[in-house]
Write a protein that binds this ligand. Structure first.
Ligand SMILES: Nc1ncnc2c1ncn2[C@@H]1O[C@H](COP(=O)(O)OP(=O)(O)O)[C@@H](O)[C@H]1O
Ligand SMILES: [Mg+2]
Length: 284
């Protein structure tokens, strides 16, 4: 399989069939930032559907507009052009919960209160929210740290608290912006495994941004590769690895290695293009 140049299961972004009833439908989305000295076209004509229950990872070089895309989906930023449709939430759920790379935990709150925060904000009663938060913390291996405060935790544990809060909040969709980027390799692997484990139990729709293609291939149902700025969708690669997945075994899985090589082929050019710009290319 390795070394094969044809990519039979790859989908050309421009000809991909639209989904019947996607959770998210993005059409012709562009974002132009008005900087002080010049404008920056962060996103250029992005089309993407995300299916209900799908785990989509977005990779692309630094500065290509990944965070901008996530912020537009999360309602933190507005698009300059194009349309975004997200299926309306059901059953009183919030539409999205966002997990960022850092921040997110409140230092003055216990781990349990942090994990229950989204539910408290929605007016869920104390007993119920503590029960749900407790359940999620236990799944994230934090059952014994509920009374602890964030300063007593490692970076990896704090990110577990963030994940527990996001899942406890029970949103229609989870948006994650490089949540593991600042963690060491081993911690990252463990958190990826725990994230998949919790996700298997809920099958929430996830949009997960990362600059790590290893992470993207381990986690995703589909990997979306973005171009160097202005961010466009360069390719969408379906990840056919069976679930549940064992991320610790991935490096020896030939199918994983094949998909990794396939995604890298797309990403490589864009990383080089982004580097060219850093080294003196014309700013957009
Ligand atoms: N609020 C803003 N004002 C001006 N430019 C911005 C703003 N936010 C992001 N940008 C620019 O938009 C581009 C994409 O940024 P971002 O979405 O953060 O990229 P990524 O997350 O892929 O690294 C970058 O060139 C960045 O400098
Ligand atoms: Mg970013």
């Amino acid at each position: 399989m390795m070394g094969s140049t044809s990519a039979p299961n790859e989908v050309d972004a421009s000809t991909a069939e639209p989904m019947a009833s996607p959770m998210v439908e993005i059409r012709g989305l562009s974002k132009l930032f008005q900087g002080r000295r010049h404008e920056v076209l962060a996103l250029d004509n992005v089309d993407l559907d995300i299916g209900r229950g799908e785990f989509v990872c977005v990779v692309g070089p630094s500065g290509c507009g990944k965070t901008t895309l996530l912020n537009i989906l999360g309602g933190l930023e507005t698009a300059t052009r194009g349309t975004l449709r997200i299926a309306p939430p059901t059953g009183g759920r919030p539409q999205v919960s966002i997990v960022f790379q850092e921040q997110g935990v409140f230092p003055w709150m216990s781990v349990l209160d942090n994990a229950a925060f989204g539910l408290a904000a929605r007016g869920v009663g104390r007993a119920d929210r503590q029960r749900v938060a407790h359940e999620m913390l236990a799944k994230m291996g934090l059952a014994h740290f509920e009374r602890a405060y964030p300063r007593e935790l490692s970076g990896g544990m704090r990110q577990r608290v963030n994940l527990a809060r996001a899942f406890a909040n029970d949103p229609e969709m989870l948006l994650m912006d490089e949540p593991f980027a600042s963690l060491d390799e081993q911690t990252k692997l463990l958190l990826q495994e725990e994230l998949l484990h919790v996700w298997e139990g809920t099958r929430k729709t996830v949009l997960f941004i990362t600059h790590s293609l290893e992470e993207a291939v381990r986690l995703a149902d589909r990997v979306v590769v973005m171009t160097a700025r202005p961010g466009r969708i360069k390719a969408v690669v379906p990840i056919s690895l069976e679930r549940p997945r064992d991320v610790l075994e991935m490096p020896s899985n030939p199918e994983y290695l094949r998909l990794h090589a396939q995604v890298w082929e797309h990403l490589r050019e864009e990383v080089l293009a982004a580097r060219g710009e850093d080294m003196g290319g014309t700013p957009q």
